[in-house]
Design a protein around this ligand. Structure first.
Ligand SMILES: NC(=O)C1=CN([C@@H]2O[C@H](COP(=O)(O)OP(=O)(O)OC[C@H]3O[C@@H](n4cnc5c(N)ncnc54)[C@H](OP(=O)(O)O)[C@@H]3O)[C@@H](O)[C@H]2O)C=CC1
Ligand SMILES: O=C(O)CCC(=O)C(=O)O
Ligand SMILES: [Mg+2]
Length: 741
């Protein structure tokens, strides 16, 4: 029997800490089963170092693991467990660089405004690390995210609290009325393989090729669109006025980490419009010290340190005055005075909007109180869908997690589909003119008139991913009996082309055997919510952006968190990518851990991903032990949920580490109790006995560690030994696990 490898990714922040405790358990349990668990470092720090082999010593250099994993996804035997990693904004990237430099790695500073070819080259290397740089490389398949049945049943039995909604709630979502990506989109389906060129022609007749050599395949949908920034600015101005007159808290919701080229610029316009008096009066000074509004108010504060004390004080005064003339601004951390406009990475719409809905349309204000918000989601491709949820809640009240149906998602994601793959073809315009897309014969696909500062972008999706996505939707609808709800808007150019493909591929995929509807995102979500309220499930079948948004929205409403989701990516070439949960890397959890040695991270996503991975290995290889490992893990997870052994939220109770102990206990007991594999039974009988006997002692040791600060000697690249020691404080548990390894 060939050894099967599971790759376990090493990443950042809370889930990385959790791995120090959970991974030794996984290694111990799989030993001797024909399955090897190997780690692969794709953390932000690891990816930065991999860009600079030429500047690092032999003992410092690390290989480009992300490239290796990208290559692996093309093979049928790929089995990758992908934990959430940081998609770095520029401020996060700079912080990570600083930490690595302090640790003795001779890497260059990030050049914000490259001044020469050498700096341009450095910036290009860092660009490979910036933003959502990992997921698009590994996601060589479409997405199947859902709450495992046991998790949904647990949530119904133990419903979390959702804030009330009444019809007089004034919270609302505002989107632009025109000039946005939605309104300007043009879309064509390639009739043959070709190579495209994107050209800018200035009004003065000058020409610049923005990108050439863009290979497209027959059947590929190729979109071009533009965000008119003067329309965006006036949208911001209007909403600032509206929030003020309606006495609402103002908030902005974008995805600056993932949409790393367009959204930081849109965020920056928000900063500039909100603080327009400051930028009008002190524009030259701010420019002189390199303030970049796209990096937020936090960057402004750090850069004005370079000005003389008097100037700095005047700018700070102007900011204070500006707050007085503006509506109140939503806060990310009201205790620390961190606003919604401080850092682009704190504005992450998939996580922020569900919390607004959970909290009755409210966000935190500067006094530390919840207040109803005017949520700005500029682009109409997405904003109106959230507004429909607000409307539904105002009309029908909050949803009820004890009874509501489930909305899993099938998302079109493979091969860098749609907007999320558009970073290399997104451009901020230097001047007024026209952007034209032509094919290899010089024939024009479409053009757009643009103005200086506008954001033009091309997004694409190939035919094979669309076909596979339709098949996956049918598979899930057949498996569950729930209808497939295609979120597609015939008024949007891109969606209209996708609708044609869906209609063409559904019959051959077995569409006549399932119930399905095709509706605009607004109508589709309203339809799903109606069904939810009747306790009925619906499968949302969406493009890549709505995949991201809905796989946080419904889990947070249904389960209280997206951490408990099963997130499978069947790779187009037969392998499996198993993502853990649907949320991020929870920086807040690390802060709490450092302060009081308590890690709230819930590893249920890791448990479910591992279970799905064993199941995949059992189905695709002749390894019978994988099947036993998978089945026993599944029953252990069921027991774990029944006994409610997820981390609590407060000190003195079991945290992430305690939850790992209980999973190991139940898993060992299930392995000892099964009769399908005598070897495993024999191996796990004594282990189960030891873990059972020592329950009190292990709990005592784990809880005794809590309550004092922890030093990990680093945030982006913590000291391995310190982190492992901090995450494995029970000598008794370590003794049992290490004896098995
Ligand atoms: N797949 C990936 O690689 C992803 C990466 N990211 C990255 O993660 C970072 C942080 O993003 P952010 O949007 O703030 O999202 P996070 O999910 O990290 O934080 C939002 C909140 O989600 C809850 N949460 C998420 N996962 C868990 C878990 N396993 N256990 C318990 N609670 C959980 C917590 O909420 P509460 O306090 O309400 O319980 C948490 O504070 C960014 O760098 C972002 O780019 C984001 C999404 C996916
Ligand atoms: O890639 C990223 O930056 C975030 C991914 C994400 O939020 C998701 O897939 O749900
Ligand atoms: Mg997401």
């Amino acid at each position: 029997m060939a050894q099967q490898k599971i790759i376990w990714t090493r990443i950042d922040e809370a889930p990385a800490l959790a791995s120090y405790s959970f991974l030794p358990i996984v290694e111990a349990f799989t030993r001797g089963t024909g399955i090897d668990v190997e780690t692969s470092d794709i953390s932000l720090a690891g990816r930065i170092l991999a860009q600079f082999p030429d500047r690092l010593g032999d003992d410092q250099r690390i290989p480009d693991k992300l490239a290796e994993l990208g290559e692996l996804t093309q093979h049928a035997d790929a089995a990758i467990i992908k934990l959430p990693n940081i998609s770095a904004s520029v401020p996060q990237l700079k912080a990570a660089i600083k930490e690595l430099q302090e640790k003795g790695y001779d890497i260059p500073d990030y050049p914000e405004k490259p001044a020469n070819p050498e700096e341009e080259e450095i910036q290009a290397r860092y660009a490979r690390v910036l933003g959502s740089a990992v997921n698009p490389v590994l996601r060589e398949g479409n997405s199947d995210r859902r709450a495992p049945l046991s998790v949904k049943a647990f949530a119904k039995k133990n419903p979390h609290r959702l804030g009330e909604w009444t019809s007089d709630n004034k919270a609302r979502v505002a989107s632009m009325e025109g000039g946005d990506f939605y309104g300007n989109e043009k879309s064509v389906v390639a009739r043959a393989d070709s190579t495209l060129t994107i050209t800018f022609r200035g009004e003065d007749g000058s020409e610049k090729v923005l990108k050439d050599g863009l290979g497209v395949l027959e059947g590929e949908i190729v979109d071009g669109t533009v965000m008119d920034v003067s329309a965006l600015q006036s949208f911001y101005r209007d909403q600032i006025e509206a929030a003020k007159s309606e006495d609402l808290l103002l908030s902005l919701h974008l995805k600056a980490t993932m949409m790393k080229v367009s959204d930081p610029v849109m965020f920056g316009h928000g900063v500039k419009v909100f603080f327009s008096d400051v930028f009008d009066e002190f524009g030259d000074d701010l420019e002189a010290v390199g303030v970049n509004p796209n990096l937020g108010l936090g960057d402004l504060y750090s850069k004005i340190e370079k000005l003389d004390a008097d100037k700095k004080a005047r700018i700070e005064d102007a900011i204070t005055k500006q707050y007085e003339s503006r509506p109140r601004l939503a806060m990310v951390d009201s205790d620390k005075g961190i606003t919604n406009l401080h850092a682009p990475n704190d504005v992450i719409i998939d996580a922020s909007m569900p919390v607004v809905i959970r909290d009755s349309g409210q966000m935190w204000n500067a006094d530390g109180n919840l207040q109803q918000t005017l949520a700005m989601v500029p682009d109409r491709s997405y904003g109106p869908m959230y507004e429909a949820v607000f409307e539904d809640c105002k009309k029908n009240g909050a949803l009820d997690p004890a009874t509501m149906g489930s909305v899993p998602n099938v998302g079109l994601m493979a091969q860098k589909a749609e907007e999320y793959g558009s970073h290399p073809t997104t451009f901020v315009m230097d001047a007024d003119g026209t952007v034209t897309v032509t094919d290899q014969d010089g024939a024009k696909l479409y053009d757009h008139e643009v103005h200086q500062g506008d954001i033009w972008r091309m997004s694409r999706v190939r035919d094979i991913p669309v076909r596979n996505w339709v098949e996956l939707a049918v598979t899930r609808a057949k498996a569950t009996g729930a209808p497939a709800v295609f979120f597609l808007d015939e008024l949007r150019a891109h969606d209209a082309n996708v609708i044609e493909k869906v209609k063409a591929y559904l019959p051959e995929a077995g569409g006549d055997e399932i119930e399905y509807v095709i509706k605009s995102p607004v109508d589709a979500i309203t339809y799903c919510l109606e069904r939810c309220r009747r306790g009925e499930d619906s499968i949302s079948v969406t493009g890549n952006v709505l995949r991201d948004y809905l796989t946080d929205l419904f889990p947070i409403l249904e389960l209280g968190t997206s951490a408990k989701m099963l997130s499978v990516v069947p790779l187009l070439n037969g392998g499996g990518l198993f993502e853990t949960g649907a949320g991020g890397s929870a920086p807040k959890h690390v802060q709490q851990f450092l302060k009081e040695n308590y890690l709230r991270w819930d590893s249920l996503g890791e448990f479910s991903a591992l279970g799905a991975c064993f199941e995949h290995i059992a189905q695709t290889t002749d390894n019978a032990k994988a099947k036993v490992l998978g089945e026993t893990l599944d029953s252990a997870i069921g027991r774990f949920l029944d006994d409610n052994k997820s981390p609590a939220r407060k000190l003195g109770q079991i945290d992430n580490r305690g939850s790992h102990y209980y999973l190991a206990l139940y898993w060992a007991q299930a392995l000892a109790a099964q009769d399908d594999d005598a070897d495993l039974k024999k191996r796990f009988e004594p282990v189960a006995a030891q873990l059972t006997e020592n329950e009190q002692k292990i709990n005592d040791e784990l809880i005794a560690a809590q309550g004092k600060p922890v030093d990990l000697d680093g945030y982006y690249r913590p000291d391995e030994e310190k982190a492992a020691a901090a995450m494995r404080p029970s000598a008794t548990l370590n003794g049992i696990i290490d004896a098995m390894r």
